[in-house]
Design a binder for this molecule. Sequence first.
Ligand code: CA
Ligand code: CA
Ligand code: CA
Length: 310
Amino acid sequence: MRTLSCGRRWSGTAALVVVLAAAVSIVGARPAAAACMDDAMEENDDVAQATSIPANSAQTGQICTNDVDFFAFAVSDAGQIQVDLLFTHGAGDLDMGLSDGTNFLSTSEGVEDNEHITYGLTPGTYYIEIVGFQGAENSYQLLTAFTPSGGGGSSQTASQTTSIGVRAPAGSLSISLQNPGVSFGTDVAPGSTVQGTIGNVFFTNTLGDGSPWSTSVAASRLTGAEDDIPFTALSFTPGTQIDPSGPTPGAGGTFSGDIELNYSQPVAVADAPGSVQGSFTQSGSQASLTVPSGARGGAYTGTLQYTIVG
Ligand SMILES: [Ca+2]
Ligand SMILES: [Ca+2]
Ligand SMILES: [Ca+2]
């Protein structure tokens, strides 16, 4: 049994050439044999001429006397390479080495059929070198199989965009106002209560989804240059006239809530069951403001915010 580690034949590429050169005279002393038909991958007798193959591949080749066959493959991931050189030993002893182009990483120099190498690789280019022992000739099949580390595969991602066009509701839900503003007067005495005319409120519900719907209003504080009037000083009285009929006027009332917040709790303006559909005008609504007796003189402004929900 020949050992694999003694470096008898595989001490490096340079040493290999010397051994093969010495074999020339041995073969030359033999009786003439049938001419060896080399493979189509020639010349591939050194690293520079190596035949490029994938890391997973199957090749057939021929070693003639003094021939060396080099194959090169590259791996982009770390992993394990398995190299099988298949031949019949009795027809000619072939041996095999795996190198990084400079040094052998592993060799297989058995004295039975076939050679086999398994070796862990980092990303890079590697070379398989096939020789005949002491000038032996034989045909062979070379099989390589690479398994990336980490569960047998490197990860990869691909992406695509998603899109959808959502159909708009068949109907609409809207609210608008006749008057852009509500005035409570321009020269109001502190402590007095004054009325402001809201004007018409227009609202439409044609959604037809059967949901009940309602309108409401919330108030902000009225802000002055040196003082504020809280929304709790305001109240709202919804108009009782709604045209056409259907929706019901809300109860209205004084705005309430945490006066530190921007808006009060909503006050009901009108509501209706889902069966009431169409466009409506509510008229006659009023707002009332009681000016605090300690309010400083000046102009104050605030906001009434209307909402329709259905
Ligand atoms: Ca060859
Ligand atoms: Ca060759
Ligand atoms: Ca062998």
